[in-house]
Design a protein around this ligand. Structure first.
Ligand code: GRF
Length: 196
């Protein structure tokens, strides 16, 4: 695949988005982030993306009569940017059928736990509450099962006795920034093999 195009969906801080954009700019991912879409107008990640020279859009679901209409507009933007792979990076909505059908096997996500453990919100707190000795992060394909699609890459961190939700989240986030760009390149290599 030549001129590979990535689209990133965010809702907040955007640190994974930033890691992906920088990995593309450093040619560690053989692709370009062509668009960042946020569902929240106050997402910190928007300013970061703009500063890195990326086109951004904010789409508020409340401006649409249905989730399908909202997602159709996201797809229109993504297709308009010829996006090959959609990367969720702290996007806080469940991706629905409209996006999944338009980008079959081309939507991926990062989750701050060793899936299949601790799906859903506050994964790091769930891990601490459970008392696990190792935690981590997972990049996976997105399907209609929440945090349930096939795994692409994982990494682990050791949980120490004095870890808090904050310290553990920070340790995991560091690993996220490493594995997400790697996972993207793995997926792109698979796509190009399939097409080649
Ligand atoms: C990360 O912990 C990611 O695993 C989860 O949401 C958080 C997003 O952080 N899905 P950021 O916006 O990438 O900084």
């Amino acid at each position: 695949m030549s001129n590979v195009s990535l689209g990133i969906l965010i809702s907040g801080r955007g640190s994974n988005m930033e890691a992906i954009i920088k990995a593309c700019q450093a040619n560690q991912i053989k692709a370009t982030v062509t668009v960042v879409i946020s569902d929240k107008k106050d997402a910190k990640g928007i300013a970061i993306a703009k500063a890195l020279g990326i086109t951004t859009f904010v789409l508020d679901i409340n401006d649409f009569s249905t989730k399908q209409d909202y997602e159709a507009d996201i797809c229109r933007i993504l297709k308009g940017c010829s996006v090959d792979l959609v990367c969720l990076a702290g996007y806080m909505k469940i991706v629905g059928e409209t996006i999944l059908a338009a980008f079959k096997n081309r939507v991926i996500n990062i989750h701050p736990s060793l899936l299949p453990a601790f799906k859903g919100l506050n994964a790091q707190k769930q891990a601490l509450d459970y008392g696990v000795k190792f935690a981590g992060c997972s990049v996976h394909y997105v399907n209609d099962v929440l945090d349930g699609g096939p795994l692409i890459l994982q990494d682990i961190v050791e949980v120490s006795d004095d870890d808090t939700e904050q310290t553990l989240s920070k340790k995991i986030l560091k690993k996220e920034h490493i594995i997400y760009p790697r996972a993207i390149q793995i997926v792109l290599d698979r796509l190009s093999k399939r097409e080649g």
